[in-house]
Design a protein around this ligand. Structure first.
Ligand code: FAD
Length: 436
């Protein structure tokens, strides 16, 4: 922080994740002084994700990342597995056009690389520094207080992740409710590269993603995941915090059950546990997005609840929101105008981007999912496995009898009123996604 003259700079960005780095590098490239403050000993040291980064949005920030960044594997296959007690149904899609798929990365390496690139472009990075609070003068954010000092800036960008205590301090965000976050636990398991390629049917540096439904998360708003890295796999799950509290469930016990599932355990057999981590995922969706800008301040990434949980997209929304906040800061600096009105150009730009368009498309998803999670995340998943069990079992019972029995049981077990409510809920959801 010695570089800062009189503790005053043009822009301070709080948080060195994808949102903060993308914002800071955009500002530095335009020739302005920007300081990025990260509480971890380096960017990525405190970050947890599944995970895949997505090629196209990452290229928008770092055009050469595919050649230069520490990437694990190019994801060529995407599997959706519905887990029953001890059976499963898997749909698998092998990508045809690999240009816009994603890469598995390890955040400790990847975020660190992004931060080093940002430094090369002029961003001043202060690591191991925690911003405790924002400094407000005349209803404008004018700086930050760290443990040791106060720093002043024309603009402060909050990219401090899901908890964003700073957004709360200025009243932009309420305390997060348990139903608006998922608690996620993850293990990284070491496995030989050859074993990974063999078990997941991959060549060289090809990668595979599993999205896991049901199993230990049955009936709850929660999903499991498995990503292949170079010589490890990341396996984990995220479940709504409200469901975990209501049912008094421990997420690591659910993860143990997931790892023991007969369709999963052979994939990680003889692996060695390298790392265990837990993190929250913002799940509030469009309706829970906080105020995104005010005089002297903007909010990006997870701090702004910008996560598309249906598509497992978070880093891309963080990067693009960070970039748009950075571009707004550059315009504001050129005009020497840091007013609420000027910085409102950031949410306006977000509204026009895919970020808000997508989140708006899914604005009713979480409400419907919360209302009917025992159906959509429980009963119907069970029925898919039940159907394939019936379809593939050869037992000399006539097929017509089996089909009729399946349909009869399907209606009887759920009851007609609940089926009707599910149908209405699904219709409402499709209507809001596709039409209005
Ligand atoms: C288990 C899990 C799996 C996921 N899988 C995927 C996936 O596969 N693909 C995907 O795109 N997204 C995924 N996500 C979501 C994705 O990780 C986030 O959306 C993304 O990291 C958000 O980036 P960000 O920069 O906004 O926040 P973060 O990455 O959380 O970065 C915030 C940074 O701010 C720092 N910070 C916080 N407070 C302070 C402070 N007061 N002072 C200084 N620094 C501070 C933190 O140390 C951190 O480095 C996953 C998330 C989880 C938890």
């Amino acid at each position: 922080m010695n570089e800062i003259r009189n503790n005053k700079t043009e822009v301070i960005v709080v948080g060195g994740g994808p949102a903060g780095i993308s914002c800071a590098v955009t500002i530095a490239r335009a020739g302005h002084e920007v300081i990025l403050i990260e509480r971890g000993s380096f960017s990525g040291s405190k970050n947890v994700f599944g995970g895949a980064i997505y090629a196209q949005p990452t290229r928008e920030i770092f055009p050469n990342f595919e050649k230069e960044a520490p990437i694990e594997r190019l994801n060529v296959e995407h599997k959706f597995a519905i887990l029953g007690e001890d059976d499963s149904t898997v749909i698998s899609y092998r990508h045809k056009d690999l240009r816009n798929t994603g890469y598995s990365v390890i955040r400790g390496k990847f975020d660190r690389w992004m931060a080093e690139e940002a430094k090369k472009e002029g961003v001043i990075i202060a690591e191991e520094t925690v911003v405790r609070e924002l400094i407000i003068e005349n209803e404008k954010v004018v700086g930050v207080k760290t443990e040791l000092e106060e720093y002043y800036a024309d603009i402060v960008v909050l990219a401090d992740g899901v908890n964003s205590l700073l957004a709360k301090q200025i009243g932009f965000r309420e305390t997060i409710e348990p139903k608006d976050v998922a608690l996620s636990v993850k293990e990284v398991i070491k496995l030989d590269r050859e074993k990974i390629n063999e078990r997941f049917n991959l060549n060289d540096d090809e990668g595979c993603i599993y999205e896991l439904f049901g199993g230990p998360m049955k009936g709850m708003l929660g999903l499991g995941f498995l990503y292949t890295n170079k010589d490890s796999v990341s396996i984990g799950l995220g479940v709504g915090l409200d469901a975990l509290c209501d049912k008094n469930l421990k997420p690591y016990e659910l993860l143990d059950k997931l790892k023991e599932h007969p369709s999963i355990s052979p994939l990680i057999k003889d692996g060695e546990l390298l790392e265990y981590s837990a993190h929250l995922i913002p799940e509030g969706g469009y309706k829970k997005i906080p105020t995104l800008s005010g005089a002297g301040v903007m909010i990006a990434g997870d701090a702004a609840m910008l996560v598309n949980n249906l598509h497992w997209e978070g880093t891309n929304l963080a990067m693009i929101s960070g970039k748009l906040a950075g571009e707004t800061a550059v315009t504001a600096l050129a005009k020497c105008d840091f007013s609420e009105k000027m910085l409102a150009k950031y949410p306006e730009a977000l509204e026009k981007s895919f970020v808000m368009k997508d989140l708006r498309t899914y604005r009713n998803l979480m409400d419907e999912a919360h209302n009917r999670n025992d159906s959509f995340m429980g009963y119907y998943l069970e029925q898919v496995n039940g159907f394939f069990n019936m379809f593939t079992t050869v037992d000399s019972i006539p097929k017509r009898r089996k089909f009729r029995r399946f349909i009869f049981d399907f209606v009887r077990k759920r009851n007609i009123i609940e089926l009707f409510k599910d149908a209405i809920s699904a219709f409402k959801l499709f209507w809001s996604i596709l039409i209005k």
